[in-house]
Design a protein around this ligand. Structure first.
Ligand SMILES: CC(C)(COP(=O)(O)OP(=O)(O)OC[C@H]1O[C@@H](n2cnc3c(N)ncnc32)[C@H](O)[C@@H]1OP(=O)(O)O)[C@@H](O)C(=O)NCCC(=O)NCCS
Length: 123
């Protein structure tokens, strides 16, 4: 990851509470014909969710991506159909759904939709 960050092919931010890692978010650039696309990911530790940390972290990683990833034009992400919290947050940040694979995810024994979203980046 450090090598990718050095090469301007990824950004990553970590959130700590004292010395404990409680949040992580990154955007990883794809390759070749899709080298202008970055794939977004985020996770906040269970006990720290719903306190505004995810929103802040997302704001920061998008800013970081704007300044550090020169090839970035489109950010994509995948979200489980049973995750309204993440879905709502992504919509607030301007992500739009562009596809949904019915029953694309097997989660705890149930098949649920896999939702794909994207956002264009202004250069
Ligand atoms: C999704 C996740 C990153 C959001 O981070 P968070 O710190 O919990 O979220 P925040 O407190 O910053 O809230 C951000 C937004 O999420 C939504 N949200 C938060 N709590 C919610 C709830 N209980 N129900 C529905 N939406 C909710 C709201 O849109 C909220 O924005 P608002 O405060 O302006 O209303 C975090 O909950 C998480 O890591 N979940 C598990 C892993 C995961 O789902 N990762 C994403 C995979 S695609």
């Amino acid at each position: 990851m450090l090598e990718k960050i050095k090469q301007r092919k990824a950004v990553q931010l970590l959130v700590f509470s004292k010395s404990q890692l409680i949040g992580i978010s990154d955007i990883n650039m794809m390759i070749e014909a899709t080298a202008h696309q970055g794939v977004f990911g985020i996770t906040i530790a269970k006990d720290y969710r719903g306190q505004g940390i995810g929103k802040k972290l997302m704001e920061w990683i998008l800013k970081e991506a704007q300044t550090k990833l020169p090839q970035l034009r489109i950010i994509t992400l995948g979200v489980f159909g049973n995750n309204p919290r993440a879905y709502q947050m992504y919509k607030k940040f301007g992500f739009q759904e562009f596809g949904r694979l019915p029953e694309g995810i097997l989660h705890k024994g149930n098949y649920i939709d896999h939702i794909y979203m994207y956002k264009k980046v202004n250069n």
